[in-house]
Structure formats: C-alpha cells, structure tokens
Design a protein. Structure first.
Length: 157
C-alpha cells in the first residue's frame, strides 16, 4: 500500500471500508470521467488517491473524526442533483464522513484549499478553511484540529 503507509501517525485506515489497489472495482471509468468533467476543479491528490485506492476511509485517533473519499459519480450526484452547485460554486465535494459534513476543495475569497461545510447548510459563507490540500490533511495531519474546532463551534480563521 506504499502511499497509504505514509498516512499521518494519528490516522488509521477505516476498517469498515476495504482498501482496494488497482482493481476494476470503483475504478475511473467513462461514467466517472463524464462526472468529473462537469466540475470546475478536481484536486489532483484526490484523483490520484481515488484512482489507485478507491473510496477508502480514515479515522483520526485524536479527535475521532472520520472521512472517506467519494466516488466521482457520487460526488457528481451529491453536488449537482442535490443542488449544492449554486450554494458552493466552483467547489469539489471530495469526502463524506459519518457525520453530516463534507470536505470540499476549491477557492474561497482567493484562498485555495480544503474547506468543511455541514451538508444541511452548505454555503460558501458557512464553510471553513481546513488545509491547503487533501495530502496535507492525510499525510501531514494538518487540519484535523480545525475539523474538531469546527464541530466545537470554536474555529476562527
């Protein structure tokens, strides 16, 4: 699992989401490519991780928060069919979690990176900056404290 072996020390793979490696299951197929083409931005690190490992999940042992990568078709349905596109313009919904939140990637007020928003109130103005990239979150552990602070209502930019 070379790349996933480098996850931040406080992160563990979610035991309920099996990690696949270069199999046809959940691969990037024509349907996924068409779904991705509708987005203004798709983060490179998300795409590479998904193409290689599928919709794996991680759990942060410090805070208990978890997330899993969304399949590109699931991201498309979530964003366009559930009308999040007008609320979160130019954003890509990378993850889902056990809680009612999504991590998005995009640019808000000139700052590009990973943002968190509750699914029920997904407005750019109600989102919060977490980290500069998914890679920083997964491999450097940067941003998990901000996710926890978001849930506690104490996140300040």
């Amino acid at each position: 699992m070379q790349i996933l072996d480098a996850l931040h020390a406080d992160l563990q793979l979610d035991p309920y989401l099996p990690v696949r490696q270069n199999s046809d299951e959940e691969s990037i197929d024509l349907e996924a490519l068409k779904a991705l083409a509708d987005f203004a931005v798709v983060p490179h690190d998300y795409l590479l991780l998904f193409a290689y490992y599928g919709a794996f999940g991680v759990v942060d042992s410090r805070y208990g928060n978890d997330l899993s990568l969304r399949h590109p078709v699931e991201a498309h349905e979530f964003y366009f069919e559930f009308e999040r596109a007008p609320l979160m313009p130019g954003m890509y919904p990378m993850t889902s979690g056990s809680g009612p939140y999504t991590l998005y990637y995009g640019t808000v007020e000139g700052r590009t990176g990973v943002y968190i928003a509750y699914d029920s109130s997904s407005w750019l103005s109600m989102s919060a900056y977490i980290a500069s990239s998914l890679s920083h979150l997964l491999f450097d552990g940067i941003g998990w404290d901000r996710i926890d602070a978001f849930f506690q209502g104490s996140l300040k930019d």
